[in-house]
Write a protein that binds this ligand. Structure first.
Ligand code: NAD
Length: 737
């Protein structure tokens, strides 16, 4: 028997240790080769009388198994290989799931005791393998994560997770874990009966062998006569409420946009009512249904594969050797500068945090104290760690302290002159190799770089607020920005464990520009006379994190008014005024309603931030509400307006070369402004609908609601040729043009 990713070792007691160590990957995954190996090993364990039991463990220092090989899965579900009909693909997918589950079933019914000795993270399929073992022992390391995170990428656990986990811990607990994709540390997992025992790392194999020799039991609980599901079967009194509540909660939280979560509920409900073999077939059917749904494939692509590629620096110029930011200068210790200092010090960088007064600089550092204290209170950091991180941040007003910085990021006021001033002062202190990054949210990078002596080393590094929580960083190439600056910016973003997208210079860059269309469409709807509660509710139902009117209040209405006025001036006769212009003008210029910042916007806000906000009753005096109730079709039309308006803007950014890689457009949208994640991103929306249908729909919307819906040349060309974004602009490693 030849194994490629497992090492086989049989000791003198007849105990086989299978050490999983895929030579071609840094982390073990359930690839087709791993499955083939596992099948051969189980065959041998079952049939060889000299084998008394087996242990499955990992040879990787960083984990046991990270789950399914999503790269293989996405290709197969999309119909990779020879062209197949839909029916053939469904059949092939279902059959492959049945074979997969039979393998795990064979493992747990092979007649020999099998132990999972879990020495690192076991997620998704990685945890499912261990659930098919008879005994699970985990190393005592709180950093080890055990869980089924599939629903986070639009999938459900297809290796028996929806069947075995509820049979171990009851439906209620299992549903909580599977639907939210939560992972547990070893001790919590043991308390919740996911694993049997937690032991010191060096005792893992000792304990596994002890169990096989002293108390082996090669029969799973659910294969024993008289087995009862903990907490009862779905129709039992008490247990049934789990499902009625679960269903209600699912709808409340997801607006029914996420089929994976709905199917997980069904798998558990239907599967617990029947024996495990039938339950596994039910799970395979739902899994197949999900894999055939383009929404799931889009989610896997954007939320996993693309994010992983970008996180690894897919857009990094290959010709520049690796760079490392050891010392970082942050100019401006306000909301953004303080956050940037915190995440950078967390990553081990020495940070100089500079402001105009020592008091302001100290206040910026104090922000890290607050965040670290919160981490400590949650048990996620120690006093030692706090001291270490804080020791790396030097608050100052002295530019001399910037000497030796590899990278500077300015986050001073959004004012061209102020930014030019700090650029010159900082550049006087740093070497020619150092890179200067600006965190501006609106000012074009090419213009800002005019203040620099070395525009090739000047780049946009645009963070999102709050910096410690937002995963995306938008890197902006000015006209003269060079490869070295791009490479360093990407290396830095990787080092602080965030996801970079690289875009070209333009007003609002990519994210702010597209996000603005969502907020603007909400205002157009209001100006048309659609009741504001309908607008914000449909916004959330569409999968956006908040309604457009509440977001407009947060961003500030006076700012939106100023931007509109500026755009009007810039575009002159080309500016297409809409009903929302008058609305915003009235709100800001006549009524002084600036949004949350002065507690008066589309909503009224309670003094002191305590209590709930309420829609401002006076709105009805400035807008005549014509639509105060809706039909499902009408809701669908509003949803379409929200999604299509943003997708058209994303396609324009593509046409104008602001974004050049579909992965960045999609990932940037989801991580940057919360674009409905279940769609896979705005370009995935267009590809899924099909450019031709999308263009026809946009023409219809343009006729009905205004020219803002008119598709551009690129979309029309793609519609004519039947192209997709991911086909026409095949993602590859490249530098922004
Ligand atoms: P802020 O007003 O909270 O902080 C700005 C800080 O810069 C203040 O502490 C101020 O004292 C300091 N500063 C001003 N002039 C200075 C100078 N000459 N030298 C040194 N320090 C100086 O603003 P913020 O929200 O942190 O925004 C900073 C930058 O980040 C702006 O360019 C903004 O557009 C951009 N940005 C903001 C957000 C956001 O959500 N707030 C998001 C992305 C980008």
């Amino acid at each position: 028997m030849e194994l490629k990713v497992f090492k086989w070792n049989q000791d003198s007691d007849g105990i086989v240790t299978l050490t999983w160590d895929d030579p071609d990957r840094t982390m073990n995954v359930l690839s087709s080769i791993a499955m083939r190996d596992l099948g051969a090993a189980i065959e041998k364990i079952a049939s060889d009388a000299s084998i008394k039991g087996a242990i499955i463990t990992s040879g990787k220092a960083n984990g046991f198994c990270a789950g399914a090989a999503l790269d293989e899965m996405e290709g197969a579900a999309a119909g990779g290989g020879a062209p197949k009909s839909h029916e053939e693909r469904v059949k092939a997918q279902y059959e492959s799931m049945v074979v997969f589950n039979q393998l795990f079933r064979k493992l747990e019914t092979c007649g020999k005791p099998v132990v999972a000795a879990i020495n690192g993270l076991a997620l998704g399929g990685g945890l499912e393998v261990t659930l098919a073992c008879h005994y699970r022992v985990v190393a005592d390391n709180p950093r080890i994560q055990l869980g089924l995170p599939e629903s986070k990428v639009g999938l459900l656990p297809g290796g028996g997770g929806t069947q075995r986990l509820p049979r171990l811990m009851g439906a209620q607990n299992a549903l909580g874990l599977i639907m939210q994709g939560t992972s547990l540390d070893p001790k919590t997992a043991a308390a919740q009966k996911v694993v049997h025992k937690v032991v010191p790392a060096d005792q893992l194999i000792v304990e596994a062998k002890r169990w096989i020799k002293e108390t082996p039991d090669p029969v799973q609980p659910w294969d024993k006569k008289g087995f009862e599901v903990p907490g009862g079967k779905p129709n039992d009194k008490g247990a049934s409420t789990v499902f009625t509540m679960g269903n209600a909660l699912y709808r409340k939280n997801s607006y029914n946009n996420y089929p994976a979560q709905r199917y997980i509920l069904s798998c558990v409900y239907e599967g617990l009512a029947v024996p495990i073999d039938a339950g596994l077939r039910i799970e395979s059917r739902y899994f197949t249904k999900l894999m055939m749904d383009p929404a799931s494939r889009n989610m896997i692509r954007s939320l996993f594969l693309s994010m992983q590629d970008l996180g690894k620096g897919a857009r990094r110029p290959a010709n520049v050797p690796a760079t490392q930011v050891k010392k970082l200068g942050v100019l401006g210790a306000g909301m953004m500068g303080a956050g940037i200092a915190y995440v950078s010090a967390q990553a081990g960088m020495e940070v100089v945090l500079l402001d105009t007064t020592q008091e302001a600089a100290d206040k910026g550092k104090a922000y890290s104290v607050g965040l670290l204290d919160k981490q400590i209170s949650k048990g996620r950091a120690t006093e030692d760690k706090k001291a270490k991180v804080l020791g790396l941040i030097k608050p100052t007003t002295n530019y001399d302290d910037l000497k030796g910085c590899d990278l500077i990021i300015e986050a001073v006021f959004e004012n061209r002159e102020v930014k030019a001033g700090v650029t010159k002062k900082a550049e006087a202190q740093i070497t020619d190799k150092a890179v200067f990054g600006s965190n501006t949210s609106t000012l074009p990078i090419t213009g800002l770089s005019e203040a620099s002596e070395r525009p090739e080393n000047f780049i946009g590094i645009h963070f999102f607020s709050p910096v410690d929580r937002m995963q995306l960083v938008e890197i902006i190439m000015g006209k003269k920005t060079g490869d070295y600056a791009l490479a360093m910016a990407i290396d830095y973003v990787k080092a602080i464990k965030k996801t970079p997208i690289v875009v070209n210079d333009s007003r609002g860059f990519y994210t702010s520009r597209c996000f603005g269309t969502y907020v603007a469409e909400g205002q157009e709807m209001l100006a048309e006379g659609i009741a504001p509660a309908i607008i914000d509710n449909v916004g959330r139902m569409t999968g956006m994190p908040r309604g457009p009117l509440e977001l407009a209040d947060d961003v500030a209405l006076d700012l939106a008014y100023k931007v509109r006025e500026q755009t009007k001036k810039d575009l002159g006769a080309k500016y297409e005024a809409g009903p929302a212009d008058t609305l915003i003008e009235t709100m800001v210029a006549k009524l002084g309603r600036y949004g949350r910042k002065n507690l008066k916007g589309f909503y009224d806000y309670p003094e002191g931030g305590k209590g709930k906000k309420r829609l401002w009753p006076g709105l009805k005096d400035i807008v005549k509400f014509k639509v105060t109730s809706t039909t499902p079709d009408y809701v669908e039309e509003l949803r379409k307006r929200f999604i299509y308006r943003q997708a058209i803007e994303a396609s324009r950014c593509f046409e104008e070369n602001v974004v050049t890689d579909p992965r960045e457009a999609d990932v940037g949208a989801i991580l940057g402004w919360g674009f409905a994640p279940y769609t896979g991103g705005p370009l995935s929306v267009i590809d899924t609908v099909g450019a031709k249908t999308f263009v026809e729909e946009c023409d219809r919307l343009a006729q009905k609601y205004g020219k803002r819906f008119l598709p551009g040349r690129l979309l029309r060309d793609m519609a004519e040729k039947g192209e997709t974004f991911y086909g026409r602009f095949k993602p590859e490693t490249k530098k922004a043009a």
